[in-house]
Design a protein around this ligand. Structure first.
Ligand code: KIV
Ligand code: NA
Length: 245
């Protein structure tokens, strides 16, 4: 699984054979430049998601319910999920939390909308945590995470994303549950992995957590290309005879 937020990248990822494309609320960070995921709106998520869906032929497209669009009550949660399904053509929604949002998860599922859970370091709760460090190292939080995972599976969720928790805890969850466990910073025992496209492609240079493997150095590649373009225009090398009408 990889994130995407627009048509052009979604098209490349889909054609390359990715199984699942997540239209993450990380768009708030990597697309809009916000410090957290909290500011992004449902309308903005729908814009990103509908663009992604137009680029996809075969992958499953999952869309994050943004902060504030599902926490108030299950009726609001269902209304938000329905808007995503109707207005984007995506296949499933993802939302953060376990027991706290269980009623909403059940109501969305009852409407026939597939739900993916998200436990561990849930960025919409960053001001509760106060830090982006590894979650569920302590017994009490680990036990709650295991209970929440079972509740989400029993409710009928299709999969669960586990973010930034100890590998051995993710292993227990993956062994206990039947549904796919998709990790980000949750170690090698998960059934699948997810990364933010800007991190995987090396577009971000500041963000370097241990769990991140970079497959490209796009920041450097793009910078060099832009420097070359500036040079070529200023030196009257571009456009040349063959590049004009
Ligand atoms: O918004 C996002 O990109 C996510 C992934 C990191 C799982 O939720
Ligand atoms: Na997210």
């Amino acid at each position: 699984m990889i994130t995407a937020y627009d048509y052009s990248f979604a098209r490349i990822f889909d054609a390359a054979g990715i199984d699942v494309i997540l239209v993450g609320d990380s768009a708030s960070n990597v697309m809009a430049g916000h410090e957290t995921t909290l500011p992004i709106t449902l309308d903005q998520m729908i814009y990103h998601a509908s663009s992604v869906v137009r680029g996809v032929n075969r992958a499953l497209v999952v869309v994050d319910l943004p902060f504030g669009s599902y926490q108030s009550n299950s009726k609001e949660a269902l209304a938000s999920a329905i808007r995503i399904m109707k207005e984007t053509g995506a296949h499933a929604i993802k939302c953060e939390g376990g027991e706290e949002i269980l009623e909403s998860v059940k109501r969305i599922l009852a409407a026939g909308i597939p739900v993916i859970g998200h436990l561990g370091l849930t960025p919409q709760s960053i001001y509760k945590f106060g830090t982006y460090t590894v979650r569920a190292r302590e017994e009490a939080e680990a036990e709650k995470l295991k209970r929440d995972a079972v509740l989400l599976e029993e409710a009928g969720c299709s999969a669960i994303v586990l973010e930034k928790i100890p590998a051995n805890l993710a292993k227990i969850v993956a062994q206990t549950l039947q549904i796919p466990i998709i990790g980000i910073g949750a170690g090698r025992y998960c059934d699948g992995q997810v990364l933010v496209m800007h991190d995987l492609l090396g577009i971000n240079t500041e963000f370097q957590p241990r769990f991140l493997r970079r497959y490209l150095r796009l920041h450097e590649e793009i910078s060099e290309a832009i420097r070359q373009y500036i040079h070529d225009v200023k030196s009257s090398d571009f456009p040349n005879e063959q590049e004009q009408y």
